[in-house]
Design a protein around this ligand. Structure first.
Ligand SMILES: NC(=O)C[C@H](N)C(=O)O
Length: 399
C-alpha cells in the first residue's frame, strides 16, 4: 500500500503541470521573501536617517540656560534661607519655560514674576518704601533678538511691574513709561490695580520707620557705608563706598533653544528714596541689556553708580572685545568700584550659553540651570549643585 502511494507521488511530480505549479509557488515565495528583506532594509535605513536628522537638529539647537539674582548687598542671616529658596524657585520656573522650547523672553518674565511675588525680595510685594512710606517700583525687560525693550518707573499699586514693562515693549511705540502715565497705561491694558498696602511688608514698614527716627542712620540701610571686607583682594578696602544693605532687587537672563537671549530686572529701589527717584533698573543699558550678538545681563546694587558706568552695556562691551562673561563682569564691577565707589552684582549669559554670577558686595543670592543641573549660592565661592529632578522634588520641602 505504502509503495503504491509513493509511486503515485513520484508519478505526480513527474507530471509537467504539477512541476510548473510547484515552480510558480517557489518563485512567488522567494520573490516575497526578498521583497520582505528589502522592506526591512529600507525601514532600517529610514529609522537611521530620522535619528541622524534628529541628532543634527539637536546639534544645531542651543542648550537653554537661565540665571537669576535676588539682589546684591548684605543679606541678614535670618533671611538667607528664604532668599536661597526664592532664587532656586525662580530659576526652576524659568527653566520650566525654556526646556520644552519656550522663549528666553517668557522665561525671564516668569522667573522675575516669581520673585516679585516673594516677600523676601525688594520687588513687587516686599518692595522697600520711599520717604513718604509708599512703594514705587521700576522694571525693565529686553529682547536680544531685535533689541526691543520696555520699562516702567515709579509705578504703584500693581503686583507685577515686569508684566507692565513687557506690555510697554509689545503694545506701545515707546520704551519707558513713568508714574501716572504708567498707571493710565496699566488701566488701559486691564492690569488689575491692587491696594498699595498689599505690597508693603511688616519688615519694609519697620525699616522705613527706623530710618525716620531723629537719631537714626538711614544710610546704614541705604547706600553709604565704610566697606572693610566687601571686595576680595582690594588694597583700598577702607575707601568710602556706596553699598546696598539687605535690599534684593531681582533679575533674570536667559538663552533659549533658538539662541535668543533676554533679560528682565525689577525693584522697589532704595529705602527712603525721594519721591519720584528713578534708579538704574528702569534705564536700558544700566539695569539690563540683551543682544543676541553678545549676550544678556541684569544688574543690582547702588543704582546711581550703576547708571554712571552704564554697567549692563559695559559688560557686554567687554564680551564683544573677547572677554568671558566672568572676566567681563569682574572688570566692569571693578571699574564701577574704583571709578565711582559703587558696589553691586550682575548675572550674565553669553550668546554661546556661558554664564556668570558675580558681585562686589558681600553677598548676592543667585541661581542658574543649565543641562538639567541647578547651581545656587549667596556668598562668594558658595556653590551648591543639584539635578533639576532632585530640586523639583525637594522644592516643596524647602532646600
Ligand atoms: N537693590 C538694588 O539693586 C537697588 C537698585 N539698583 C536701585 O538702585 O534702585
Amino acid at each position: 500500500m505504502k509503495k503504491l502511494m509513493s509511486c503515485k507521488v513520484v508519478h505526480l511530480l513527474n507530471h509537467d503541470n504539477v512541476r510548473q505549479l510547484i515552480f510558480q509557488y517557489y518563485y512567488k515565495f522567494s520573490v516575497q521573501l526578498s521583497m520582505h528583506t528589502i522592506e526591512i532594509i529600507i525601514f532600517k535605513y529610514f529609522i537611521w536617517l530620522i535619528n541622524l536628522l534628529a541628532q543634527l537638529e539637536e546639534f544645531g539647537r542651543m542648550r537653554p540656560v537661565i540665571v537669576v539674582h535676588g539682589g546684591a548687598g548684605r543679606i541678614f542671616k535670618e533671611r538667607e534661607e528664604g532668599c536661597r529658596t526664592g532664587v532656586v524657585r525662580a530659576a526652576l520656573r524659568g527653566y520650566g519655560v525654556l526646556k520644552p522650547g519656550g522663549s528666553a523672553l517668557d522665561a525671564v518674565e516668569e522667573a522675575v514674576r516669581s520673585m516679585e511675588d516673594d516677600p523676601h525680595f525688594n520687588a513687587g510685594c516686599g518692595s522697600v518704601l520711599n520717604e513718604k512710606g509708599e512703594v514705587e517700583m521700576d522694571a525693565i525687560i529686553m529682547d536680544g533678538k531685535n533689541l526691543a525693550s520696555g520699562a516702567v518707573s515709579a509705578v504703584k499699586c500693581i503686583a507685577n511691574p515686569i508684566k507692565l514693562a513687557r506690555l510697554v515693549m509689545e503694545k506701545t511705540k515707546h520704551m519707558l513709561l513713568t508714574d501716572h502715565g504708567a498707571q493710565l497705561f496699566a488701566q488701559a491694558m486691564g492690569v488689575p490695580e491692587i491696594p498699595g498696602e498689599k505690597l508693603v511688608t511688616e519688615r519694609s514698614r519697620e525699616r522705613w520707620k527706623k530710618n525716620l527716627e531723629p537719631d537714626s542712620n538711614p544710610v546704614e540701610f541705604q547706600n553709604k557705608s565704610f566697606v572693610t571686607d566687601g571686595w576680595v583682594g582690594s588694597p583700598s578696602a577702607l575707601a568710602y563706598q556706596f553699598e546696598i544693605r539687605d535690599l534684593g532687587t531681582v533679575g533674570a537672563v536667559a538663552i533659549d533653544s533658538e539662541g535668543n537671549v533676554a533679560c528682565a530686572t525689577s525693584t522697589g529701589g532704595l529705602s527712603n528714596k525721594l519721591v519720584g527717584r528713578v534708579g538704574d533698573t528702569a534705564c536700558i543699558g544700566s539695569g539690563g541689556y540683551a543682544d543676541n550678538c553678545s549676550g544678556a545681563t541684569s544688574t543690582t546694587g547702588h543704582g546711581e553708580s550703576i547708571m554712571k558706568v552704564v554697567l549692563a552695556r559695559l559688560i557686554l562691551y567687554h564680551m564683544e572685545q573677547g572677554m568671558s562673561p566672568e572676566m567681563a563682569a569682574d572688570t566692569a564691577l571693578e571699574y564701577m568700584k574704583t571709578r565711582v565707589g559703587g558696589l553691586g552684582g550682575v548675572i550674565v549669559v553669553s550668546s554661546s550659553g556661558e554664564w556668570a554670577a558675580r558681585f562686589s558686595t558681600k553677598q548676592m543670592s543667585w541661581a542658574t540651570v543649565k543641562d538639567d543641573e541647578l547651581h545656587y549660592g549667596i556668598y562668594a565661592g558658595e556653590r551648591h549643585t543639584k539635578s533639576v529632578a532632585e530640586a523639583l522634588a525637594s522644592e516643596s520641602e524647602g532646600l
